[in-house]
Design a protein. Sequence first.
Lengths: 217, 217
Amino acid sequence: MPDQVLSAPETPKRPRGRPRKTLDERDDGNRRHDLLKAAAQLFRRKGFAATTTRDIAAAAGMQSGSPFYHFKSKDALLFAVMEEGMQSALARQRLVVETPAHRAASPVEQLRTLVRCHFDVLLGPGNDFVPVMLYESRSLNTRQRKQVAQLIAAYESLWMPVLVALEKSGQLRAPAPLARLLILGALNWSVQWFDAKKGASVATLTDTAIALFIKES
Amino acid sequence: MPDQVLSAPETPKRPRGRPRKTLDERDDGNRRHDLLKAAAQLFRRKGFAATTTRDIAAAAGMQSGSPFYHFKSKDALLFAVMEEGMQSALARQRLVVETPAHRAASPVEQLRTLVRCHFDVLLGPGNDFVPVMLYESRSLNTRQRKQVAQLIAAYESLWMPVLVALEKSGQLRAPAPLARLLILGALNWSVQWFDAKKGASVATLTDTAIALFIKES
DNA sequence: CCTACCGATCGGTAGG
DNA sequence: CCTACCGATCGGTAGG
């Protein structure tokens, strides 16, 4: 679950039973994160413009004005969702790429790992953050869009060396830059149709995608 | 331009110069279609929920209440945009598929034709209708969604025989149903990044996609 | 974080 | 198709 890689640390052990809110336990960070999670879920299901800040407040168990104690504006909430989504996706990707086994693997297996990681980021349980980024970016202002674009560039940059290697070996029959757009498009679209409860698993989805895109050497 | 295949017929010849609105010339169909075009463009750029009926009215040169003379509600306008988009896409697809040359072609060439046709529908100048359908369906109610789903099913049904043939011949290395989802996803995503003014043309885009997905026999 | 509230905007309508 | 308008909702804020 990539959105836990960087999520706020669990509050430390405390006595069992109903948690009582003492002053030193209040932990605003958790309430803020509750808002983020509620916002991500609603933005994904209904879209940014169709979601009201009242919806989000209610989903987080707050009153209508309270989200603005944590976020300056509805826009800022959207941006925070996307930033958290991309930061955790990046962290997950780095975790997987920096392993010795991955560095030693063939380009095909490296691509398989990237594809699998991407599917996990998109389709894992509770992973609404990145889908929101994929489908609601037009609601950002110019400055926010630029920042998100940087995170996306960092995320996608790890794909290019692998694709270039595959193009050179003849296993990828398309120019790497265009191949990247087409392949990531095929994966990103899975958000629209994937159903965890039926059909293929993420594992077979990954293998199918590799079989479709890659020629044996 | 697929959205002209089924568009309202041009008004017949009339005297040169500034068209005067006489009674028998009023042609409500054209005003209605102006609204549809304006709505499609705005829904695509800003999304359905972020577009106001006043925006649409202004873009069509009307007053704020006038769209409701042509459409019962904002929802009905969205649905009409999607329906027109899919009807014209279907018409274009049929036109291309029913040609004798296409029937005689190899499965690879048949797929190339379908891909090319799909790119044209998505990326052709002024073709905002189908992108709106792809990215705004969640704003439809259940009944509308079902109707749109039927049009999509009709559109996609022409792909399956071709993909099945390619799978059997070993040129497609993935089960046809999953391959269809991945391939159409790759194409549909092009709406997000394609820029007619720079980069690849639709023709090279088509050839690249085929090279990526299909193994030589 | 809640209460109470404001100004602006929005979808939609009556009547012509 | 325009004019004039209404009721509801929404993002956001002051003050505690």
